[in-house]
Design a protein around this ligand. Sequence first.
Ligand code: SF4
Length: 356
Amino acid sequence: MSEDEILLNVKNLHAYYPSRKGLIKAVRDVSFTVKSGECLGVLGESGCGKSSMALSLVGLFNRMAKFAAGAAKSPGLLKEFEKEEEERAGTRGQVVFRGHDLLQLDNEDLVKIRGKEISMIPQGLTHALNPQYSVGMQTGEPLEIHDENVRLLGMKKKVLDFLDLVRLADSETRYIMDPGSFSGGEAQRILIAMALISGPYLVIADEPTSALDVTIQRQIMNVLQMIKEDFDVSIILISHDAGVIAELSDRVAVMYAGRMMEIGAAVQMFHHPSHPYTMGLMSSFPTIAMMRMRAGGKRPTLRGIRGEPPDMTELPSGCPFHPRCDYCIDICKTEFPEFREVETDHWVSCHRYEDL
Ligand code: SF4
């Protein structure tokens, strides 16, 4: 991948936050790139660090970590966090976006980028919109913050254009309504319009369909597909659902226990995964052949992955997947495998990559 194609270059990113049980190492030494115009899918089980990574990319992780420290309400933990914060500021590593390391910027400079050049479609629809302000006002907020020349009438027209674009029905009438009168699917459309309205280079969509029923999920996926095709924008699509990732992603990054396990072209990851965890994930979803067997009265079984994801405060030594891995050998229990490029644009972290 040539340097000039790369929009975002994340190097050795770490992100930790405290909990009552101890320090959660949500993101550990994660590196990846996002090219201009591509969709990178980030796939992994719930709690593997995907959302913490997303918050780190937009400079919001430290704020979340401070809330977590307050919630932990343990003087010992707070002390530990303060020490961590002093030494590591919650996040460390590099997040280079269009030539700037976002982890080095102060809040004033970050605010200029967040919502304008990078925007986020957050997880948790019910909390993402402010019930006190109209939908029109909220959708136009990024313009108000980032464009000092914007005028009220111009803003309203642009907001309506974007609400129409994400296919929000009867947008003109509903411009002045508060979010409480919108369904989950409509709220998600509004959040997508809000993420796009300032013309960002990168949109991070964190589980954009997880709180929706199946038919609405389909509609939201169609909107995201349209954005991918019609806008000159890169997307990081985060999901625990391989179906969602498969539909939109050009490349796929697989995370487990805060670490990156494998990154490669989507076709390769779904048809010829190389890492034992990716193989397990892919065997956890029903295939069309299985559906046909079922229709024929047979009972196919999904292989899946044995065991449970680890407690993030007590992570296994060595490769974090080793307690669940059928290919584990002695070195896996003590040494974390290097994350290396095994062929062009294909990265794997496994001691046994060559044998599998
Ligand atoms: Fe399995 Fe070892 Fe590879 Fe980890 S490093 S995935 S334990 S074979």
